[in-house]
Write a protein that binds this ligand. Structure first.
Ligand code: FMN
Length: 193
């Protein structure tokens, strides 16, 4: 028997990211766990909703560039910190060691194993949130988290999974089964039936 919880968003866990932008000439960062993948293919678009009260929004709009970095479990304290304090009254530009990629206004974090530079595609104006849609321009990954085929090994990234119900960061679990693959037997059986 299931209980109707009302209009509860149950799309958790979600990936915890750190979004960076240049605001008033300084890098600023905030924790963002509501990130969406808009499509698969080229160009590659991603989205996230930022409360209009956040300081970072104005930098993204002004420069039309931003970064999305994926912290590992070792960066949980710093990640939480940039999600607790606002750049409106606290300078967060020195929290991380930074590096420059292709874009001038996408501050990238050395300590994050994977970082993406994005160009702003469009902003959706919701009542309380700006929904930013960005095109991924370049992705930088530490050699240490790459598999032999050059793809990112999630097990080595050790991302912080966010859960609203427990208000905790969680670890990634173990692999379950290969995608577009494990269902093939059932597909064949049902087709035959
Ligand atoms: C784990 C975590 C996830 C968060 N995810 C979001 C989010 O997806 N969207 C949002 O608007 N705020 C989110 N926040 C809140 C902002 O990170 C926070 O309010 C931040 O201090 C705003 O910084 P700024 O004013 O310097 O931009 C999150 C906070 C935490 C701790």
């Amino acid at each position: 028997m299931k209980r109707n919880l009302g209009p509860v968003n149950a799309l958790y866990p979600s990936l915890t990211t750190i979004v960076g932008a240049v605001v008033d000439g300084k890098p600023n960062f905030l924790a963002v766990a509501h990130v969406g993948i808009m499509n698969h293919g080229q160009p590659q678009y991603l989205s996230f909703g930022l409360n209009k009260k956040h300081y970072t929004n104005q930098g993204i709009v002004a420069n039309r560039e931003f970064s999305v970095c994926i912290p590992g479990e070792d960066l949980v304290v710093e990640t939480d910190y940039v999600g607790l304090v606002t750049g409106r009254n606290t300078d967060k530009s020195g929290v991380f060691e930074l590096f420059q990629g292709e874009l001038a206004f996408a501050p990238l974090i050395v300590g994050c194993p994977v970082c993406m530079e994005c160009r702003l595609e469009r902003v959706l104006d919701f009542e309380t949130h700006d929904v930013f849609i960005g095109e991924v321009v370049a992705t930088h990954a530490d050699e240490s988290v790459l598999r032999e085929d050059g793809k990112v090994d999630l097990a080595r990234v050790r991302p912080l999974m966010f859960d609203m119900a427990s208000m905790h960061y969680w670890s990634l679990g173990a692999q379950v089964a290969p995608c577009w693959n494990v269902g093939k037997g059932l597909k064949a059986a049902l087709r035959g039936g």
